[in-house]
Design a protein around this ligand. Structure first.
Ligand code: FAD
Length: 402
């Protein structure tokens, strides 16, 4: 029986270890004192671990072809089946999967128990510093000088998002030392930072909006949902979903902007709709006609951007003033200077290129016997369970193939 070492006991590593233990002696190594530390934070402590609509367009990755093979229907259905066999019973809301308990801790406990039941040698407080290949296999050395020998190794160290959970980017260093390239990991699923006088006026507003990200004037990505306007910029799930592309554009030195439509549900657009509303309510000032639509704070930000008086009436406005008001409401464009830092990013975009692994086995094309799983790879998904689904699926493929 050969020995497989799995580095990292997050979603990907735990799944890989359990699957590999069917055929091998498995040693699971993690720098933390428990498994699944990041898992506990997911879905606001509820663990949104899967989505019913997992397709390649929900991810950014260096190779769409490899991604398609990884998240094939067969792999996804086998992985979901494994999760059920581990004991996970889902509650599915709008396609988002949570444990029925609504508690991420219950998912961690299920995995912890399964790891013991599968007789996996789980070593905690074991921070891997180096992995070296020799004629007989691999030597894995910890930060405090301990060594483990194995025949094959699965690297599932995560990214460098939320470093306090143990994923500190050391997986990239391990991969690089073995000869892999690393596509620079950048913060993703995080807030965007802007500048301008409006920031202090719109702080702490939450509202529905459609956001569109532009790089050098070209539309790159967009999403709709609740946004939070902050003293630094803008946040919220739909902003998170465009933050990975924003990181990449900023890295390339492009001029990045975000355009916000504060009334995205109006099919005919704001102009026609408000014109009709104003005719029906001719005595109302702009403030009166808009006060049940926007919070006062936001209303004054929008009027200020449009350089329009709150006591003016729509019928009094010149065409250019009407257009300025429409633009403030439907295309409130802000410069994007940066993203929040790694400690406030849910994932990283970038990592070990999918092009350097076999998508059918997750084995390295650079060093035979080395496998990768999870967020250490260059694939990051939108909010909604796509990242844990990728971690579990790649863990499953690596574990069964090793
Ligand atoms: C706040 C937050 C909320 C999130 N919510 C969701 C959500 O609802 N749904 C979703 O799909 N995704 C969510 N994500 C993303 C998701 O958690 C990650 O994509 C996923 O956990 C990645 O799994 P992983 O196993 O690849 O890495 P990780 O979970 O990061 O695990 C890596 C493990 O490797 C260990 N490790 C690292 N380096 C070493 C080393 N050198 N030696 C030994 N051990 C090492 C770490 O201690 C860690 O335990 C969220 C992330 C955050 C931060």
């Amino acid at each position: 029986m050969s020995t497989v070492a799995v580095v990292g006991a997050g979603a990907a590593g735990m799944m890989a270890a359990i699957e590999a233990s069917k055929r091998h002696r498995v040693i699971l190594l993690d720098g933390n004192d428990k498994c699944g530390k990041k898992l506990l934070l997911t879905g606001n402590g509820r663990c949104n671990y899967w989505n019913s609509d997992i397709t390649p367009d929900k991810y950014n990755a260096d190779s769409e072809e490899a991604l398609e093979r990884i998240i094939s229907e067969e792999n996804l259905s086998e992985t979901l089946n494994r999760l059920e066999k581990i004991g996970l019973y889902p509650k599915i809301k709008n396609g988002y999967f949570y444990p029925y308990s609504n508690q991420a801790t219950s998912v961690r406990e299920l995995f912890d128990r399964k790891i013991s039941a599968c007789r996996i040698g789980f070593r905690t407080g074991w921070k891997v510093q180096s992995i070296a290949k020799d004629r007989d296999g691999f030597s894995i050395v910890s930060a405090d000088g301990k060594t483990v020998r194995c025949d094959k190794v699965i690297i599932a160290c995560g990214s460098k998002a939320y470093e306090k959970t143990g994923s500190d980017g050391s997986g990239y260093a391990l991969a690089k030392a073995l000869g892999h390239h690393i596509n620079r990991p950048l913060p993703a699923l995080t807030g965007l930072i802007s500048e301008g006088k409006f920031l202090k006026d719109w702080e702490k507003i939450r509202c529905d909006a459609h956001v569109t990200l532009y790089g050098n004037g070209k539309e790159i990505s967009s999403d709709t949902g609740e946004i939070q306007l902050t003293a630094k910029g803008v946040s919220g799930i739909c902003v998170f979903n465009v933050s990975g592309p924003a990181s990449r554009l900023l890295e390339k030195g492009e001029k990045v902007e975000l355009s916000i439509n504060f009334m995205p549900h109006l099919e005919e657009g704001f102009y026609g709709w408000f014109d009709a509303r104003s005719k029906a309510l001719p005595d109302m000032t702009l403030e009166e006609a808009l006060e049940s639509i926007f919070s006062y704070k936001l209303l004054f930000v929008l009027l200020k951007r449009a350089k329009t008086e709150r006591n003016a009436r729509w019928s009094d406005l010149k065409e250019a003033q009407r257009k300025a008001l429409c633009e403030a409401i439907e295309q409130f464009t802000i410069p994007v200077l940066g993203t929040e830092s790694y400690d406030k990013a849910q994932v990283c975009t970038g990592g070990v290129p999918l092009k350097e692994i076999s998508p059918d086995t997750m084995e390295s094309a650079v060093v035979p016997g080395v496998y990768f799983a999870g967020e250490v790879l260059d694939a990051d998904g939108r909010c909604g369970g796509f990242n844990l689904a990728f971690a579990f699926t790649t863990g499953y493929i690596a574990g069964k193939s090793v």
